[in-house]
Design a protein around this ligand. Structure first.
Ligand code: APR
Ligand code: PHB
Length: 386
């Protein structure tokens, strides 16, 4: 196969980039090692910044989001039984959208179908070649066992944290940063109307708890647990009891319903030393990971897609590589901002085994709950003003 851009990975990064390029008349081939069903059913976060919504609209996948997404104008912060509403509309005049990444993925897949864009699912043996040259290639074995090769001008590594692209980038490990947090999230999806109008982020002495949602009928809830905890230790009753206890405030009641999915997610911050080398570029989770607090993963992936997309349009349409050469510099500014913000929210809201750290974080949270300047700062980072 011959194309302009070979895209490895059909998650949100890969497909947002494919749609962006197609809109500008640039051809790409997408390969993915899992099945379409697997990719579409993977549960991830569900909060979109205004600029992510803008990008999705721009690439033609904003319709269902506007019909079914829930526009949110703030969040609740809680410390024990004390609850404060941060009104983003009043603080900064912006909002965010609650819409599951699973739905974004389905909308992207549907847009590819409609445009006749084929995606090669269930490929194996993916390998990158000649990333230092002007004509790199990607080889793989297709679903039917046939060896294949994509000759291209550019490779976009959109293959997540574990994919082969970062490993194929010379020197990417040098200057990489990683932090694995000493806690995990137990996440549940439940068939029950949300017990809150806006998301709740609660710090309790037993640990963090969070109330999010997917629709008027489906709630998404999280609990801080130890990283070595086992989901088998958490019966549905134990989960509901812990959520109700950690989020309790006077006069508020947690509605209980059928838990349809539960699992434990590790928490990690990671920034690759390099996001570009020769004709290889890393997009989304392939280049950086944030812990889920604040839901920045998909949003920073969208930011990368816009910067890489703009660079590629100049490169292919005007034969000018100057913007493309600045991809890493432009993307990293946002990457480090969201890395700091997610680390800050995570540390402030989770309990630590170190009592000095706990006291510092409680003091920080109280300060945010009482101080408008800090609330403006949180709101700007949360909605993605940078
Ligand atoms: N070949 C082809 N595809 C691969 C390979 C490979 N060898 N290895 C991994 N992949 C695929 C994965 O199966 C996955 O579908 O790459 C895709 C990467 O998708 P994501 O992990 O979803 O990462 P990304 O598209 O960058 O999405 C950004 O937003 O909510 C956050 O972290 C969350 O993943 C999310 C991110
Ligand atoms: C989610 O809905 O999954 C979600 C929302 C906000 C967060 C984290 C996760 O900060």
């Amino acid at each position: 196969m011959k194309t302009q851009v070979a895209i490895i990975g059909a998650g949100p990064s890969g497909l947002m980039l494919n749609r962006y390029l197609a809109k500008h008349g640039i051809e790409s081939v997408v390969i993915e090692d899992r099945s379409r069903e697997y990719v579409e059913s993977r549960i991830r976060a569900g909060l979109l910044e205004a600029q992510t919504v803008d990008l999705l609209e721009e690439i033609g996948v904003g319709d269902r989001l506007h019909k079914e997404g829930l526009e949110h104008h703030g969040i609740y912060l809680q410390l024990g039984a004390e609850k404060v509403h941060l009104d983003f509309a009043d603080l900064i005049g912006y909002s965010v959208w609650v819409y599951g990444q699973t739905e974004v993925q389905k909308d992207l897949d549907a847009a590819c179908d409609k445009a006749g864009q084929q995606i090669h699912y269930e490929v194996t043996d993916v390998a990158l070649h000649g990333v230092d040259s002007e004509s790199p290639s990607v080889t793989f074995t297709d679903k039917d066992g046939n060896p294949q090769r994509i000759d291209c001008a550019v490779i976009a590594g959109c293959d997540g944290f574990w994919g082969p692209s970062r490993k194929a980038m010379p020197g990417a490990d040098v200057g990489s940063f990683e932090r694995v947090y000493p806690y995990s999230w137990l996440g549940v999806m439940a068939k029950v109307a949300p017990s809150t109008d806006e998301l709740i982020y609660a710090r309790h002495e037993d640990g963090f708890a969070m109330h999010s949602m997917r629709s008027e009928q489906v709630s998404r809830l999280y609990l801080q647990v130890d990283p070595d905890d086992d989901i088998a230790n958490w019966s549905d009753d134990r989960i509901w009891d812990a959520l109700a206890k950690r989020m309790a405030t006077s006069g508020w009641e947690l509605k209980i319903g059928e838990i349809t999915e539960k699992g434990i997610l590790p928490m990690r911050s990671f920034v690759s030393g390099k996001l570009q080398h020769g004709r290889l570029f890393l997009v989304g989770d392939a280049g950086h990971i944030v812990p889920p607090t604040g839901a920045k993963g998909l949003n920073s992936a969208a930011n990368d897609v816009r910067f890489l997309g703009q660079g590629l349009v100049e490169f292919f349409k005007k034969n000018d590589a100057s913007l493309l050469n600045r991809f890493e510099e432009r993307a990293k500014e946002t990457v480090w901002r969201v890395t700091h913000f997610s680390w800050w929210m995570t540390s402030m809201l989770h309990t630590s085994k170190n009592e000095f750290d706990n006291q510092l974080q409680i003091s920080q949270l109280k300060h945010v709950m009482r101080n408008r300047a800090l609330q403006v700062n949180l709101a700007e980072n949360y909605v993605g003003i940078r």
